[in-house]
Design a protein around this ligand. Structure first.
Ligand code: GLU
Length: 505
């Protein structure tokens, strides 16, 4: 068989916000597609109308736009295999359901919910399968005429897949290797419901993967139990030659490693589990997102890429282009990946350091504005360059560096007690005079003159600098003193010193 061009898909159901695990699935599909010069399809699996949530599709698209994951085909992107929204493909599925009915791989069942419940009450662990289907109301037990009469009378029915029992189903998974499951554990899954004239997930998923010529199905571990049924469906259609290769990704685990990551873990430990803030239209609940929490998209991508995959060495920082080069399904782990959200914070710190100061400054401007500060861009860039090493989020720059933009109005009591000595006022008045005489107010220019003056006076350098810091910052924090006074400029530096001396005496 000729080598097929790689085609993969991300196929969410629009049932709410996209979980961070879904983002990782989409990312791996994207990396795989790019690496193989293939195509990534965006398909919406919305055949379960009862779970449809308005706004979810738009939310998912916006998330990927923010993260820089691009699709080649699909809903809103177009392509030759459309429509890509399953609710717009009803007629296609009907045709394929009929194919299975015609070749005896599926059958019609009329059992009402009440009848099914009665069976469940009667038989422990009841399963609709080869052992029970002969006792139910379906096209295998009813005559052709009875079936036609029931349909003509408008009775609702479902189409079920006829699973042959006691057959080993082999799934070759690119991550897990060969998985074998006996068909007897499978039930005769519903493939289609007359009530809404829509197929279920299983049928629509297989038909679309086939028609869209999907070559690899890369998805979360939670879909592994569906894989045997999917393999049997491909066979029932006679499509085994073009059956996609499966790769079931490892589960994302709680940060502590005990069990599956859930939204509650995020609430409990204070990290987002959604890419963007999500406003639940039903409950009105608002859930935090990575974007609104101040994460850079590059950091989120890098962080997620390493949850369940590694490049084979201890390299951690990788751009999207590097990830495309290095990604490899064989290096994905089988066992679950602990969601170490602190590592996510670490990545954000790293990407803030990597990003040009100008770009971080642009992100800092709106935060400054929130605090009523409008500063020259050059100054913001300089401050960012001096201070970004201390933060993991841009918004933390305000706490760390706000004093560059707003003079202290009060002086931290503890620092005053510790750092403001009897002679500090006098010393600062002298220092102000020394500074006012300096023409070259650069960092080095100030340093030389001030150090000479301290030596000449026989002052204690630490005491002078601590008091100096208190006058400019209002507390004991901040970078090197002359970095601060240089950014503030001579005039502002002298004004702050004067005021501190007045207030602290
Ligand atoms: N619609 C499924 C989901 O919501 C797709 C599963 C698959 O990729 O086959 O994840």
């Amino acid at each position: 068989m000729a080598e097929r061009k790689v085609r993969v898909r991300f196929a969410p159901s629009p049932t709410g916000a996209l979980h961070i695990g879904g983002v990782r699935t989409a990312l791996y599909n994207y990396l795989f597609a790019r690496q193989h010069d293939g195509k990534l399809i965006f398909r919406i699996e919305d055949t379960d109308s009862s779970r449809f949530v308005p706004g979810a599709e738009e939310y998912i698209l916006e998330s990927f736009k923010w993260l820089g994951i691009q699709f080649d085909e699909g809903v809103t992107f177009g392509g030759e295999y459309g429509p890509y929204r399953q609710s717009e493909r009803r007629e296609i599925y009907k045709k394929y359901v009929q194919v299975l009915l015609d070749n005896g791989k599926a059958y019609i069942a009329f059992d009402t919910p009440e009848e099914l419940n009665a069976k469940r009450a009667e038989i422990a662990n009841f399963q609709y399968d080869a052992s029970t289907r002969g006792t139910m109301r379906n096209s295998l037990t009813l005559s052709k005429e009875e079936v036609e009469a029931l349909i003509a009378a408008g009775k609702q029915y479902v189409v079920r897949f006829k699973v042959t029992p006691n057959e080993d189903v082999h799934i070759s998974d690119l991550i897990r290797g060969e998985v074998v499951i006996n068909s007897s554990i499978l039930d005769d899954k519903v493939l289609y419901k007359s009530a809404d004239q829509l197929p279920t997930y299983h049928l629509a998923n297989i038909v679309d993967d086939h028609l869209m010529e999907v070559t690899h199905v890369i998805r979360g571990e939670e879909w592994l139990p569906s894989a045997p049924l999917h393999v049997l469906l491909y066979r029932a259609f006679g499509w085994e030659d073009t059956m996609p290769q499966f790769a079931h990704l490892p589960l994302l685990l709680k940060p502590e490693g005990n069990g599956k990551l859930s939204k509650r873990d995020g609430d409990r430990l204070g990290f987002p589990v959604f890419p963007l803030e999500w406003h639940d239209p039903k409950t009105g609940e608002v859930s935090s997102g990575y974007r609104e929490s101040g994460y850079l998209p590059e950091a989120v991508i890098n962080f997620l890429a390493l949850l369940g995959w590694n490049p084979g060495n201890d390299q951690e920082l990788m751009s999207m282009d590097e990830l495309i080069q290095l990604f490899n399904l064989q290096r994905c782990s089988k066992s679950g990946a602990k969601f170490d959200y602190k590592k996510g914070i670490w990545f954000n710190h790293q990407y803030i350091q990597k990003k040009p100061n100008e770009e971080i400054a642009k992100l800092f401007l709106p935060i400054l504005k929130e605090h009523g500060v409008e500063a020259p861009f050059d100054k913001v860039v300089t401050v960012v360059g001096m201070m970004k090493g201390r933060v993991s989020f841009v918004r933390e720059l305000w706490d760390a560096a706000g004093f560059f933009f707003v003079a202290p109005t009060e002086y931290d009591e503890k620092t005053v007690k510790k750092r403001w000595k009897e002679d500090s006022a006098k010393c600062m008045t002298e220092l102000a005079e020394v500074l006012s005489g300096i023409e070259d107010f650069s960092i080095e220019g100030q340093e030389k003159v001030v150090m000479d003056w301290i030596a000449e006076k026989g002052y204690h350098t630490g005491n002078v600098m601590n008091a100096f810091r208190l006058t400019l910052v209002g507390e004991g924090k901040g970078p090197h003193m002359f970095d601060i006074s240089w950014v503030l400029g001579k005039e502002e530096t002298l004004a702050r010193m004067k005021r501190a001396v007045e207030v602290l005496k």
